[in-house]
Design a protein. Sequence first.
Length: 202
Amino acid sequence: MLKKLVKIKKNIAIKRHFKQEKFERELKILTELNERGNEHIVGLLKANVLREIYMPHSGTDLYYVLQEYGLPMNCFILRNIFCQILEGLLFMKEECGYSHFDIKMENILLKQDGTIVLCDFGASKTQEEVIAMLNGKIIKGSRLVEGTFSYSAPEILLDIGLLDGEKVDVWALGLLLYQCAFYKTMIDIQPVKGKSVYALFK
């Protein structure tokens, strides 16, 4: 079953969750981020009893941009984009204590004025929450291992156990940078979980 459904209506992005606890979790995080305010975090307009979160439509995502133009990005564009992504991640960490845990092309939005906006905070966690879950605590609406497999850090794929949210985000950001620079993924995911990562570190 799909975890969520996103649709665009009159410059508004509407994200609908199928599970109440996931809806409440992301709404809580998005509310915290918006209360402090940052141009690199997607806005929050409202939410309703249908488990829908209304956000300003912040433009297209990086995946669409690369698919549309079919060219690797030059270093000047890349530097601008990734400096903005880092500003957003730094704001999340320093102001609210969260790491994103699901950095990928589809979660990086590009506005018409060139501003980069981060979205989809359903997998976001604080380091305190990570440690608590490693010790067996259940955090409602959150799981220890979430995000997108092809952007996952080695410690997640190899089930090492010790997770650092900042390092997980940096790993995903490095894969994203490679993908934008060379128009291909760095890790060729194999049917056996973690196999390509083992090969990478041999």
